[in-house]
Design a protein around this ligand. Structure first.
Ligand SMILES: [Zn+2]
Length: 249
């Protein structure tokens, strides 16, 4: 008995010293990337016609320079990193930023990563892909995507985030200091765009994808801190089904 009390006390001290706290997941039908037939698990929208991610063949992309500019506004925030079953979600309890797109404001919801990339460009997957999700007042979602490529240099904010990932499922922690997500988006104007669906259950349709053309660099050792936790958290490619992919240069 004394042992268990000591063990419990140790666990409590351990978690609080790492500033990692346990949180409870909302009960829902389990799904995994190992078995991506999510419709069979009851998520019927995952068999919808216009799904994500897709393969982007740049010879078939239509140039459309009338497409809206990307106007990102982000504030400094001390984000929370939540280790869920299939990913680590980075979010804030208060509004921390938005994307103004075509005269409509889309508020920032959460940021996460996929290893390897979910989208494929000209037959090639990137080592990882970053997703920032935004929603407007009507609940319409835009997912802004940016590939991560290996390099000697890297975004300091990426290393800050990957250094502080909570390693145990169902735990979360606060970043040690405030950061501004604009660092991950600055100077980005050219992109590919198409209409798809959430790339995880429930696979809700009507999501606009904006894939920034310029990748973000990350050191291999930094990326390994994420990929060791999530060796495979990407959904397989989905059929384009006569959709158009547009690009703004
Ligand atoms: Zn994603």
């Amino acid at each position: 008995m004394r042992f268990f009390l000591l063990a419990a006390l140790f666990t409590l001290v351990f978690f609080s010293s790492c500033e990692e706290t346990v949180f409870l997941m909302v009960e829902k039908t389990p799904w995994s990337y190992e078995n991506p037939d999510w419709a069979s698990a009851g998520y019927l929208d995952c068999n919808g016609k216009y799904q994500s991610p897709i393969d982007i063949e740049t010879v078939n992309v239509i140039a459309a320079d009338h497409l809206p500019d990307l106007n990102f506004v982000h504030e400094n925030r001390q984000y929370t990193l939540s280790h869920e079953d299939q990913n680590i979600q980075i979010s804030s309890s208060t509004l921390s930023g938005s994307l103004n797109y075509g005269g409509t404001r889309y508020d920032f919801q959460r940021l996460h990563f996929h290893h390897n990339s979910e989208h494929r460009i000209n037959g090639r997957f990137s080592p990882a892909e970053m997703h920032l999700e935004y929603k407007n007042a009507a609940g319409v979602q835009i997912t802004v995507c940016r590939m991560l490529e290996l390099g000697e240099e890297e975004s300091p904010l990426l290393s800050t985030l990957f250094d502080q990932l909570p390693t145990l499922p169902n735990t979360q922690r606060q970043l040690e200091s405030s950061v501004n997500l604009i660092e991950l988006l600055e100077g980005q104007g050219s992109y590919y765009t198409y209409e798809g669906a959430q790339a995880e259950p429930p696979c809700s349709a009507g999501v606009r994808y904006i894939l920034l053309k310029e990748p973000l660099l990350v050191r291999e050792a930094t990326l390994r801190k994420f990929s060791s936790l999530f060796p495979n958290n990407r959904r397989p490619l989905q059929s384009l089904n006569n959709r158009f992919i547009l690009e703004k240069n």
